[in-house]
Design a protein around this ligand. Structure first.
Ligand code: SF4
Ligand code: FES
Length: 374
């Protein structure tokens, strides 16, 4: 592919419609309206173009992908083409019959998100009282014969409950649990002061994670996604810009990562106008930060530049307004004070602990949708 690396993963964001209102939602601030979503035929073409590019895994995401009634058709096409498919779901809307039809279409696995270990945490973080639906979804996924992967975003309000969260996932039969410390772009940046844990909370949580990982090593895989603000160096986000995965948004716009729509200074191409292969190899946005040539100092002269690729472009843009700058998480970044200031606030300021006061302060994801025409 003209010197471009080969992607192996496609994140198919088939809709932004979602029953939840998570305070750390990673979808763009401006959501895509339902009437601007790609239709079934467009998605089938995208899947075929992805295969031609070398993609071997398709993750159906959203919003809530179960909202799309053509999901089975898309999964079946993936199966026909020999792709591995994964459903990333809130679990709301998953019924026995829907799980059965998805499995019959060829679905390989499902990842179920939870917000905490009980109904209160789901209500606090996602403004939904349907924790019972999540428990039911876990059972439905297992009864359908799918491996149950689970995911929880960790933050100041639920980190002290980590042991109990892991217990819930064990009792629901999860085979894998991703403990994803909150990242701060998009909606989460708005709520950063309420989400950011203290250093003491994190140290305790790391202890819990290590103990439970050892205890559960025979039955459940535990993954710890680092809280990067507390790290000296940034995460190698996406394994580097436009290196091994791509995201197609509900309206057909193609991004090198699921958060990149937030980089408002860049123009991203659409599958409505271009072949996925051209977008991956030739479009300006995909080439902008691929490799290491584009890097400014201190990254350009840094021995770690092939390890972390200068960190996260979305985080650099969110914090500095310039996606080409070194990720401010890095201790060598000239903007590192932006991260340090947030950590000082997190460790000094009192955050309310009672649910009612927290609910008044948190900014919940609103279902605002774009008037933008494709
Ligand atoms: Fe990574 Fe750049 Fe920091 Fe070096 S200077 S550690 S390449 S972000
Ligand atoms: Fe987009 Fe890191 S989240 S590059």
């Amino acid at each position: 592919m003209n010197g471009a690396p080969q992607p192996y993963g496609l994140l198919a964001e088939v809709t932004h419609q979602c029953p939840l209102h998570c305070v750390y939602c990673s979808n763009p601030l401006e959501l895509i309206d339902r009437q601007n979503e790609l239709g079934t035929d467009d998605w089938l073409r995208v899947i075929n173009e992805a295969v031609a590019l070398g993609v071997v895994q398709v993750h159906f995401s959203g919003g809530e992908p179960l909202v799309r009634s053509d999901l089975e058709t898309l999964v079946a096409e993936c199966r026909r083409l020999g792709l591995y498919t994964n459903l990333i779901t809130s679990g709301l809307g998953l019924t026995e019959s829907r799980a059965k039809s998805l499995v019959e279409a060829g679905l390989n696995s499902a990842q179920l998100s939870i917000q905490g270990d009980a109904a209160e945490s789901t209500n606090l973080v996602a403004a939904s009282k349907r924790f019972d639906k999540k428990e039911a979804a876990a059972r439905i996924i297992r009864d359908a014969g799918l491996p149950l992967n689970m995911n929880v975003v960790l933050h100041r309000m639920n980190l002290p409950r980590l042991d109990a969260i892991i217990d819930v996932c064990v009792s629901w039969g999860a085979e894998r649990l991703e403990l994803a410390n909150s990242q701060y772009y998009g909606w989460a940046l708005r709520n950063r002061d309420l989400l950011m844990p203290t250093k003491a909370q994190l140290d305790d949580a790391v202890g819990v994670y290590e103990r439970r990982k050892a205890e559960l090593r025979e039955s459940m895989e535990l993954l710890w996604i680092l809280p990067d603000y507390y790290e000296p160096y940034p995460k190698p986000c996406m394994g580097g810009w436009a290196q091994n995965a791509l995201t197609v948004a509900p309206d057909g716009t193609v991004y090198p990562c699921p958060v990149a729509a937030e980089i408002t200074t860049m123009t991203f191409a659409s599958v409505r106008d271009h072949d996925l292969g051209w977008i991956w190899a030739k479009s300006e946005a995909f080439q902008a930060y691929r490799g290491t040539e584009w890097m400014p100092d201190p990254c350009q002269s840094c021995p770690r530049k092939e390890l972390d690729f200068g960190g996260c472009r979305c985080q650099a843009f969110a914090l500095t307004g310039d996606a080409a700058r070194t990720d401010p998480v890095c201790m060598h970044s000239p903007d590192h004070h932006l991260v340090q200031d947030a950590l000082v606030r997190a460790n000094q300021e009192e955050v309310p602990t009672d649910g009612q006061r927290l609910r008044e302060k948190l900014v919940y994801r609103r279902p605002t949708v774009s008037a933008r025409q494709p």
